[in-house]
Design a protein around this ligand. Structure first.
Ligand SMILES: Cc1ncc(COP(=O)(O)O)c(C=O)c1O
Length: 380
């Protein structure tokens, strides 16, 4: 049986042509370190890495130099680098009631940090104006998931950024579900930091991500990892300059090659075309399930301010069993459960049942969506 991949919110599949090839090329033909040796192949690797940073800078309208695009081992690491590198005991943070554990767990792991959650409505949207009531003299960060990996709702980052600026509080965004799916503008949103994964909507491999930092934020951040950078080797202290200060150790070079190739594809398509395709499929999906009784949509029933992450609660069934049936009987690959975001499910009223999550990607078609709708109708 052919399969239909609808688990793009977890990781995107398939990767565009050229991504796997670039990784293989690194492993079979290049095989050189970064920032350490100066022979031709090492310089070639350096240029590919610079190209990746430059493409991310352009794609996210990042006003700083490409040196401030820090390559990380993934989005979770980027968020940990930010949260643990910035906050000190006594600090207060504002998050939303839709956060993923990539934000909540590091916060809860830290001693002496307090936080407040901006409440979310039944579709998963927060009201940025609620920030006014949560700001305290010791609020050091507002950090929020731009798009929910459960409901697909996308928060009004521009409005949040405006309010954060009024109070002079740094605003950081978790771009896990919007990078490559929804316009994300570092400058317009007034961000101090943006963390993105390589392997979701940016269509690269897993094990790599990026943390984009303003110079002001970079200066406030303590590096969590220290080690060799290939630079300033006369000193046993970390260099002060970026990106080296936050990139100790040998980076994921096959990942850099793969992601660089993926970014060329993403950049060529452009966010407007990627978004338009996803909007069309999402609209088709939402229209197709509207009259099916026995399932509840857990998220917005319209395409504005949402990505193609569609969570359904099969009301009289076990959602895990539905996900199993979707694969066994229809070859449709989805994810069930709480999606690492228990707070989001509490906001949506689906805790602890969880939902069946269908998540769309650039390679999905209307035929895939039709098959999903037909399967949902049968199972509901
Ligand atoms: C909203 C959100 N934040 C953070 C993450 C963590 O990203 P990663 O697992 O790529 O580190 C995810 C992954 O699903 C996510 O959906």
């Amino acid at each position: 049986m052919d399969t239909i991949y609808l688990d793009n919110a977890a990781t995107s599949f398939p990767k565009p042509e050229g991504v796997a090839e670039a990784m293989v090329r690194y492993l079979t033909e290049v095989g050189a370190p970064l920032n350490r040796s100066v022979y031709g192949r090492a310089q070639a690797a350096e240029l590919v890495t610079l190209s990746l940073r430059e493409q991310l800078k352009t794609f996210f309208h990042f006003p700083e130099k490409a040196t401030h695009v820090i390559l990380t081992p993934g989005n979770t690491y980027g968020l940990n680098f930010l949260i643990k590198g910035l906050l000190k005991p006594g600090d207060h943070v504002i998050v939303s009631a839709m956060e993923h554990n990539a934000i909540m767990r590091p916060l809860l792991q830290m001693m002496g940090i307090t936080f407040d959650r901006l409440p979310a409505d039944s579709e998963g949207f927060i009201d940025p104006n609620d920030i006014h009531g949560l700001v305290r003299p010791n609020t050091k960060l507002i950090v929020i998931a731009h798009g929910s990996n459960v409901s697909g709702s996308v928060q009004d980052a521009e409005a949040i950024g405006r309010i954060a600026a009024q109070y002079g509080i740094p605003f950081a965004l978790d771009g896990a579900q919007t990078a490559g799916h929804f316009p994300l503008d570092f400058q317009r949103f007034g961000l101090s930091a943006l963390s993105v994964p390589g392997h979701k909507g940016l269509l690269g491999p897993s094990g790599i991500g990026a943390l984009l930092l303003t110079d002001e934020m970079a200066n406030k951040l303590s590096p969590l990892v220290a080690g060799g950078t290939g630079s300033a080797s006369d000193s046993e202290y970390l260099p002060a300059f970026l990106p080296d200060r936050f990139e100790s150790g040998t980076l994921n070079l096959p990942g850099i090659y793969g992601w660089e190739a993926a970014m060329r594809f993403v950049g060529k398509q452009g966010i407007d075309a990627l978004r338009a395709h996803e909007v069309e499929l999402t609209k088709h999906f939402l229209n197709g399930i509207r009259d099916i009784s026995g399932v509840r949509l857990c998220g917005p029933d319209r395409v504005e301010n949402r990505v193609g992450v569609i969570s359904l609660d099969f009301l009289s069934q076990d959602n895990a069993a539905v996900t199993y049936e979707l694969e066994q009987r229809f070859g449709i690959l989805t994810r069930c459960g709480l999606h690492c975001a228990p707070a989001a499910h509490r906001s949506l009223g689906t805790f602890p049942r969880g939902t069946v999550r269908f998540s769309l990607g650039y390679a999905n078609t209307a035929v895939d969506v039709d098959a999903a709708i037909a399967a949902i109708r049968t199972l509901a």
